[in-house]
Design a protein around this ligand. Structure first.
Ligand SMILES: Cc1ncc(C[n+]2csc(CCOP(=O)(O)OP(=O)(O)O)c2C)c(N)n1
Ligand code: SF4
Ligand SMILES: [Mg+2]
Length: 351
């Protein structure tokens, strides 16, 4: 048996969200990952974010590549659409699905091996095209599934479980996402649910390319002294630049904030991000300054987390291409096959 189904029965008094679903309705099958794997905490955060914001499970499409991280969509959103693609190919399959049906909410889950090595080109092009999606990399600095080889996000000089030092420079996927034009960029830690849940909730409402790099320790192969992706290292070096609260469009702000204490960023759909600044010199609306800040703090040995960049008025691939407003499966034959005279007109325009 390759997966364990969870019992369907649950306590009749479990809290429900405004759609009438319990948190259990957003779960998948029982995880088969190692006990203590950071990826399971990210699964729990995704379930919590979707439950809290009452997302209809049938409107979500979850896609992944290959790796322990890419197995996780089986463990959440059991009632959603799902596609486990080939190693490193999640972004192109997600792009195609999104172009065919723009009405779904796309959640791509990947690993650092899946996105920073074999799928690096795919990652780059999905981000630079502004595909409307949430792209989460569960980043443990190793190929967990194939027994712990260094991945391309492992820091130069960091040590393997056997004590060997990594001689290659690391790829910082957050720096790449910023440079490639992602309109929502965050870094978080699987061990910080308070930070991660609202980040995922906000990213799911963002109408553009949202990228979250989530450091997620691999307890089997990369959780020792000398690793920069271990629970201890991230806890000791985590520098959060802000704290985020996410509010759906229909919710009213009831808490009292002193002037200047919280910045409210309204997204395109009316949802609001309540940003509490922790680092006074950090501005999440300035892409260039964010890139410089991250590099400076990285040299100082810090893992900067939080909402690092957001564009409240993003544009996405559909807007850039001027595609039809309806999903392709909702178009009739006349719209899909407009006839030979239209084809002639098109051909003539190209001559
Ligand atoms: C085309 C191809 N090449 C190589 C592999 C072997 N392989 C499977 S998972 C993986 C790396 C997984 O690393 P990562 O994406 O970081 O996921 P993790 O297991 O660490 O969560 C590799 C190289 C494969 N499945 N397919
Ligand atoms: S090998 Fe590592 S990444 Fe894979 S399930 Fe175990 S702890 Fe998680
Ligand atoms: Mg990995």
């Amino acid at each position: 048996m390759t997966y364990l189904a969870k019992p369907k029965l649950h306590h009749p008094k479990l809290p429900t969200n405004e759609l009438g679903y319990t948190r259990r309705d957003y779960e998948g099958t029982v995880s088969t990952l190692c006990a203590g794997c950071g990826h399971d905490s990210i699964t729990a955060a995704i379930i919590q974010a979707c439950f809290d914001t009452a997302l209809p499970p049938h409107r979500i499409a979850k896609l992944s590549g290959i790796g322990c991280s890419s197995k996780t969509p089986t463990y959440f959103l059991g009632a959603s659409h799902g596609f486990n693609t080939v190693h490193g190919r999640m972004p192109s399959v997600l792009t195609g699905a999104n172009l065919a049906n723009r009405d779904l909410i796309y959640l791509g889950v990947s690993g650092d091996g899946d996105s920073a090595s074999i799928g690096f080109g795919q990652f780059a092009h999905a981000i630079r095209r502004g595909v409307n999606m949430v792209y989460i990399v569960e980043n443990n600095g190793v190929y967990g599934l194939t027994k712990g080889q260094f991945s391309a996000t492992a820091e130069k000089g960091s040590k393997s479980k056997r004590g060997l030092a990594n001689s290659d420079s690391a790829i910082d996927l957050v720096a790449m996402a910023l440079q490639l034009g992602a309109t929502f960029v965050a870094r978080s830690f699987s061990g910080d649910k308070t930070q991660l849940v609202p980040l995922i909730a906000a990213a799911l409402q963002h109408q553009g390319a949202a990228f979250i790099d989530c450091v997620s320790p691999c307890v089997a192969f990369n959780n020792h002294a000398g690793s920069t992706k271990s629970y201890d290292f991230v806890r000791e070096h985590n520098e959060a630049v802000n704290r985020l609260d996410f509010m759906a469009p229909r919710e009213t702000i009831t808490a009292d904030y002193a002037p200047g204490e919280v910045e409210i960023v309204t997204q395109h759909d009316g949802s609001r991000l309540l940003l509490r600044k922790l680092a006074t010199d950090y501005d999440p609306h300035d892409r260039i300054a964010a890139m410089t800040y991250l590099q400076e703090r990285q040299v100082a040995g810090e893992v900067v987390t939080g909402l690092l960049y957001v564009d409240p008025e993003p544009s996405d691939l559909h807007a850039n291409l001027g595609t039809v407003a309806k999903p392709l499966n909702a178009l009739g034959e006349a719209e899909l096959c407009p006839g030979s005279s239209m084809l002639e007109k098109l051909n003539a325009a190209l001559r």
